[in-house]
Design a protein around this ligand. Structure first.
Ligand SMILES: Nc1nc2c(c(=O)[nH]1)N[C@H]1C(S)=C(S)[C@@H](COP(=O)(O)OP(=O)(O)OC[C@H]3O[C@@H](n4cnc5c(N)ncnc54)[C@H](O)[C@@H]3O)O[C@H]1N2
Ligand code: MOO
Length: 418
């Protein structure tokens, strides 16, 4: 059994990311969120594109109004109105000002904006009541980025902020990595699909659905290969199909020491290299990590434990980092750990790093972890409902008392207040 951190590092070393020249496609901005940029993005224009005003007010020459105050205002002649979208027609000379609105171009000659609230308008003249700072409220051309500068980097995850930037620099389409294809197969003679009436000894294949949902949530395409019986020939056929169709393979079940646990043997028969057989994690001890020869690059194979909670924990802890790297993401691959105050006592650690599931609350005094009530058994799917985080009890740790800080692995989609 190897420690979880060592296993994660070793797994990340084994991942060959998608190719930034071959494995790419172009998508529209509406389809881009959740995708990973396959090339850096350079702005074709200065950003902002021209000096513009951050306030509704008056564009002035600072030297004219440097001594202005409420008791000794400076009076200027208003020569033009400049709404947003309008190109100024006149240059502001000494003793003059232009009426200007937020987002409008600063006219030539002017270098400073005085907010409307610090002025008094009288006909075609305006009194300036404070001087403020030189260049105040001018968003200078190219001050955010110059034309030719990089605005986004290859490997960045596109979210709402990145699509806003892409639109602002006039990109309506963007090059992204294609979505990685992840084959999913469930092994076990006892497994059936959910609609079947259960016969004695049968178990519903819930892992297929859980793993497909996780792959999809991370931007991958699940290739669901269904249930494979505990039969070496059937398993060999299924794994060969997975190798041909996917960029990464996940199977669940059949990796322990039982008489019907064939996964490791079939992988060896297929010429795979086995790197990991077990990790010091509870739940989720049996974990096979292998590399198999793909069409052009080696593929990573995860043989996840069959127990439903174990399969999920193994995904969150080990598969998710590998999938981030495979997808082309440049950084932040590792499992995301946070610190939270535990609302409950957590039992002492054993020989494996123990993961206890529950909910995370963002409170004004920080994050709080609330332990799911009921059994934390690797077969108990039911109290996993609503899980957002897993508290980590280190190997050999004494019991963690309620109110203490604990490391938690973030596995949720959003962070509720409460
Ligand atoms: N003698 C030992 N027995 C076991 C050990 C051990 O070290 N020595 N480890 C235990 C641990 S820990 C785990 S975890 C399991 C993992 O076993 P496998 O990965 O080989 O999984 P299976 O035996 O095939 O199934 C375990 C359990 O999970 C159910 N299952 C399997 N696949 C699915 C699925 N797709 N959807 C829902 N449920 C599934 C299966 O029916 C079993 O109940 O081994 C322990 N044994
Ligand atoms: O590792 Mo097993 O997943 O404890 O049940």
């Amino acid at each position: 059994m190897i420690p979880a951190d060592t296993a994660e590092a070793q797994i990340l070393e084994l991942v060959t990311p998608l190719d930034s020249r071959r494995d790419v496609e172009t998508v529209s901005l509406h389809d881009a969120p959740g995708r990973i940029l396959s090339a850096s993005v350079v702005s074709p224009i200065d950003f902002p594109h021209w000096d513009n005003s951050a306030m509704d007010g008056y564009a002035v020459r600072y030297e004219d109004i440097a001594l202005a105050s409420a008791t000794e205002p400076v009076e200027l002649a208003v020569i033009e109105d400049i709404p947003a979208g309008h190109s100024p027609q006149k240059s502001v000379a000494t003793g003059q000002a232009a009426r200007i609105f937020t987002g409008a171009m600063v006219p030539p000659g002017a270098d400073t904006i005085i907010m409307q609230e610090d002025t008094e308008r009288q006909g075609d003249r305006v009194k300036i009541l404070t001087a403020g700072q030189p260049r105040a409220f001018v968003r200078e051309r190219g001050s955010y980025r110059r034309a030719g500068d990089r605005v986004l980097s290859v490997g960045e995850l596109v979210t709402a902020t990145e699509v806003a930037i892409l639109a602002a620099v006039q990109r309506s389409q963007v090059a992204v990595y294609r979505q990685p294809r992840v084959a999913i197969l469930s092994t076990g003679n006892e497994l059936v699909t959910p609609e079947v009436e259960l016969q004695p000894g049968q178990i519903v294949d819930s892992n297929q659905y859980a793993l497909a949902a996780l792959v999809r949530q991370m931007g991958g395409i699940p290739v669901c290969l269904g249930i494979v019986p505990d039969d070496p020939a059937a398993l060999k056929t299924a794994i060969s199909q997975a190798i041909a169709e996917a960029d990464m393979i996940l199977s669940s079940g059949g990796v322990s020491v039982g008489d019907y646990d064939y996964v490791d043997q079939i992988l060896s028969d297929l010429g795979a290299t086995l790197h990991i057989r077990a990790v010091a994690v509870k739940p989720g001890k049996p974990l096979t990590v292998a590399t198999v020869k793909g069409e052009s690059t080696p593929l990573l194979y995860f043989g996840l434990p069959g127990n439903p909670v174990s399969a999920l924990v193994s995904f969150w802890r080990f598969v998710a980092p590998a999938l981030r790297k495979l997808s082309g993401q440049r950084h932040n691959w590792s499992a995301p750990f946070l610190l939270a105050r535990s609302r409950h006592d957590l039992k002492a650690g054993g020989k494996r790093e123990t993961y206890l599931w529950g909910q995370l609350y963002a409170t004004p005094s920080g994050l709080e972890f609330s332990l799911a009530q009921g059994s934390h058994s690797s077969g108990n799917l039911i109290n996993l409902a609503g899980t957002q985080a897993l508290a980590v009890v280190p190997i050999g740790a004494t019991a963690i008392a309620a109110g203490s800080m604990v490391r938690v692995l973030w596995v949720g989609a959003d962070l509720p207040g409460g």
